[in-house]
Design a protein. Structure first.
Length: 125
């Protein structure tokens, strides 16, 4: 919000962008930062959307961190979704069993759709 003062907050949504591969050296930091963003949100969070276009790779340690993150968020009543996941990253998520765990409905080609879903919940269509 600091860099984009024209942006607006969507109540119930945390849009989280990670500008790096997701792997053993930063997987725990990723999980911690997402949970911190949820905790610091000025409104109760219903959904976290990871804008994953910059994520070029994911490893098994990151897959474990994503599973732990999903469990922590679900315990808070928050759904984890993904937008703009590159096909090679999606292939690895499938190999690690995460695509089946999360389900295809939690993956979006662009971040606009899950953001619109949350906006419509609050403001109506």
């Amino acid at each position: 919000m600091t860099r984009y003062p024209e942006a607006r907050r969507i109540p119930g949504l945390v849009l989280f962008r990670w500008d790096a591969p997701l792997f053993f050296a930063n997987a725990e930091l990723f999980r911690e930062r997402v949970l911190a963003a949820v905790a610091e949100s000025p409104t109760p969070v219903q959904c976290v959307v990871v804008a994953a276009a910059p994520v070029t790779s994911v490893d098994v340690t990151a897959a474990d961190a994503l599973t732990e993150l999903d469990e922590a968020l679900l315990a808070k009543g928050v759904e984890l979704r993904f937008a703009e996941v590159k096909d090679p990253v999606k292939d690895k998520l499938k190999r690690f069993g995460l695509f089946n765990r999360f389900g295809e409905t939690r993956f979006f080609p662009r971040s606009t759709r899950p953001c619109r879903d949350i906006t419509e919940r609050h403001e109506g269509p």
